[in-house]
Design a protein around this ligand. Structure first.
Ligand code: SAH
Length: 285
């Protein structure tokens, strides 16, 4: 290791705190553009600088149900806020309408911030929305965010990968467009594919999913961890096993949104679970 420098460089002294960022050449949010931006899993402190920049320069922010209201408070005064959420697990006939609304706003010359929970390309329909924008000839930028299936594990003290136990990880949705367990998933293959399986929108169908994974050869003793409201002060963790998951979920009804983690990443939680009561009081993260 090199010794730390004893002198502070001139640029380090330029301005205190976040003010220094104002001098940085952030990309210009042009009128008529849509920025599809991930706001992160919940805690406001987990958003990116580009996300914050977009919030300061947009004309309208079209946001999803999962975007924390504390984040919305940071949108520039004078920008419009428009809600375009859907309720989880329900069919979503309005998806096309949301895309049309984004196109309409952009074509009226606005700087349109499409703010989504987590990462826009992880189970957030950012793929469909940007596809519609591309078809309509609306220019756009994608700003990734910390997805709940990664950030939630960090806040639960479960390393997504670890050389001793989790050499690979798989991300999966627990329901299809109609809210049912996805039929076009090869469950026996999924059961064997990765030591850690992270599932979004999976609480409702967890009994069925667990049965499919066990049919595919996964042990009933495999740990299942349900992280509700991950990264937020009201984060809750429920620990069960594949064999007991269905009954435990029915009996305890873990709050949603929640991610479900199958696998031995859970074994680390007792030692690495760092997000505890004293720290949870800070709602920035
Ligand atoms: N684009 C989002 C996912 C949208 S799908 C992302 O990258 O995180 C919605 C699902 O995400 C929820 O049903 C839940 O499984 C998960 N989710 C989102 N925010 C969450 C949070 N704070 N805690 C736990 N799960 C969350």
């Amino acid at each position: 290791m090199t010794a730390s420098p004893t002198k502070t460089a001139a640029w380090q002294q330029a301005a205190p705190g976040f003010a220094r960022l104002d001098a940085e050449p952030f990309p210009v949010f042009e009128p008529g553009w849509v920025w599809l931006v991930g706001a992160g899993p919940g805690a406001p402190g987990l958003m990116s600088l580009l996300c914050y920049h977009a919030m300061q320069t947009c004309d309208v922010a079209v946001y999803d149900a999962l975007v924390n209201p504390d984040i919305l408070r940071w949108v520039r005064v004078g920008a419009e806020l428009e809600y375009a959420g859907k309720r989880g697990g329900k069919p979503s006939p309005v998806q096309r309408d949301i895309s049309l609304r984004l196109i309409e706003l952009a074509q009226s010359g606005k700087r349109v911030l499409r703010l989504k929970g987590g990462d826009p390309f992880m189970f957030g329909r950012g793929g469909e929305e940007s596809q519609h924008l591309a078809q309509a000839g609306v220019p756009f930028r994608i700003v990734p965010g910390i997805t709940s299936g990664v950030g939630g594990l960090a806040y639960a003290g479960m390393p997504a990968t670890h050389r001793d136990t989790n050499h690979s990880i798989m991300f999966l949705t627990g329901h299809d467009a109609s809210g049912k367990m996805p039929a076009n998933v090869n469950w026996p293959a999924v059961a064997k594919a990765a030591p850690v399986i992270v599932m979004y929108m999976a609480v409702k169908n967890l009994g069925e999913i667990a049965a499919a994974l066990m049919d595919g050869g996964r042990s009933p003793a495999d740990p299942v961890t349900i992280v509700s409201n991950a990264t937020l002060p009201h984060q809750r963790i429920m620990r069960t096993t594949l064999g007991a998951a269905g009954a435990d979920v029915a009996a305890n009804e873990p709050p949603t949104p929640a991610i479900v983690v199958v696998g031995h990443a859970a074994d680390w939680m007792d030692v690495l679970g760092w997000y505890r009561d004293g720290l949870k009081e800070n709602k920035i993260g």
